[in-house]
Design a protein around this ligand. Structure first.
Ligand SMILES: [Mg+2]
Length: 350
């Protein structure tokens, strides 16, 4: 297969602040594979967790180096391609972009949307949450109102772990809860709490009816999850602590669920393995995103009948998403009936 690599820059309607910084704009990588008269598309978005960083340049350069290697494979040889990529230790974003593109190509080849290729039930897809970043309580309230005008929101994800401390977290959470009226909330601390903060906050949040907490402790502090689990009345999900199915057995006794992202897993193939591994350990599953456009979030949406919770909102916060694919209906990000991903490029938006 022939591989073409292009960059595109997307801007957020509202910059997103989490415990480790603010993002207003990203440059993502668009991968097109061409084979047998058909094109498959994939995307990689840059991200960083602790000292693990996958920049746009790193992803782009790696993909360009792989172009001659990939020429000898067809998009039907996903197993072989995955082995080559793992052997070469390429960043997971690179694997994700190629794996998504090969799946898109496959769906187009057989003339079916991916959710149908997999035999999944689109009707069981749950509503997506939308994200409220770290802000003053007043700005967070305004952000809630804006989301409610923008789409039919059923569930808010509230970013806590404010560098100013848990008092600031409390004030913002209460403001969001009031403004969101009776909609459900869950919390993502992005590793912004100490063990003591997390124990205190989990009790407080449980009393307020919050559904669950994501990544309360930093990646690398997994040993403390056992102590938190003993004391927390709230279900605990991990995101930064869990990249692939291999991480799940080490975490399974101390958490209630995992957040799967295509950029961490290395694509749909491994995301599916993660779902099944998590289920085998009795864990719940959510799908999340980084600064992904409609392209990657649509790929995740095709697999999303397998998830308990969905947080696929990054493309809904873009002013200039060059792609269209899954559309929001009744708060749910639903893949369409077109073959493959069903994603189209809109030059006017780019
Ligand atoms: Mg998260």
């Amino acid at each position: 297969m022939q591989v073409e690599v292009n960059l595109f820059t997307v801007n957020k309607r509202f910059p997103l602040t989490i415990s480790r910084g603010t993002t207003a704009q990203t440059t993502n990588v668009w991968v097109r594979i061409l084979h047998d008269g058909l094109e498959g598309w994939g995307e990689a978005s840059p991200f960083g967790v602790g000292n693990h960083s996958q920049s746009t340049d790193k992803i782009k350069n790696c993909l360009q180096q792989l172009v001659p290697v990939l020429k000898t494979f067809s998009p039907l040889q996903r197993q072989q391609v995955e082995q080559v990529l793992i052997k070469q230790q390429v960043p997971s974003g690179v694997r994700a972009a190629l794996d998504i593109a090969m799946h898109d190509w496959l769906g187009k080849r057989v003339g079916l949307p991916l959710w149908q290729v997999w035999g999944l039930d689109r009707n069981v897809i749950v509503p997506t949450s939308v994200t409220i970043g770290i802000n003053s309580p007043e700005v967070a309230r305004a952000r809630v109102r804006d989301w409610l005008q923008h789409i039919d929101v059923r569930l808010f994800k509230v970013k806590l772990g404010n560098p100013d401390g848990i008092e600031a977290d409390r004030k913002m959470l209460l403001a969001v809860q009031e403004e969101a009226q009776n909609r459900e909330l869950f919390v993502d601390a992005n590793g912004g709490w100490s063990l003591g903060d997390a124990i205190e906050m989990c009790s407080w949040l449980a009393d307020l009816g919050i559904k669950y907490v994501e990544q309360p402790l930093l990646r690398g502090e997994e040993k403390s999850l056992a102590k938190l689990k003993e004391r927390s009345p709230l279900p605990i999900f991990v995101d930064e602590s869990c990249f692939t199915s291999c991480d799940i057995p080490h975490l399974a006794n101390y958490v209630d669920g995992i957040n799967i992202k295509l950029m961490k897993s290395g694509g749909l193939t491994e995301a599916m393995r993660m779902v099944h591994t998590a289920r085998a350990y009795g864990l719940q599953v959510m799908f999340g995103c980084y600064s992904d456009s409609s392209l990657s979030n649509t790929a995740a949406a095709h697999l999303s009948p397998l998830a308990d919770y969905l947080d696929l909102d990054s493309h809904l916060n873009l002013t200039d998403d060059p792609f269209t694919g899954a559309l929001v209906q009744e708060g749910r990000v639903l893949p369409n009936d077109l073959p493959g991903l069903g994603v189209q490029y809109s030059a006017s938006a780019a």
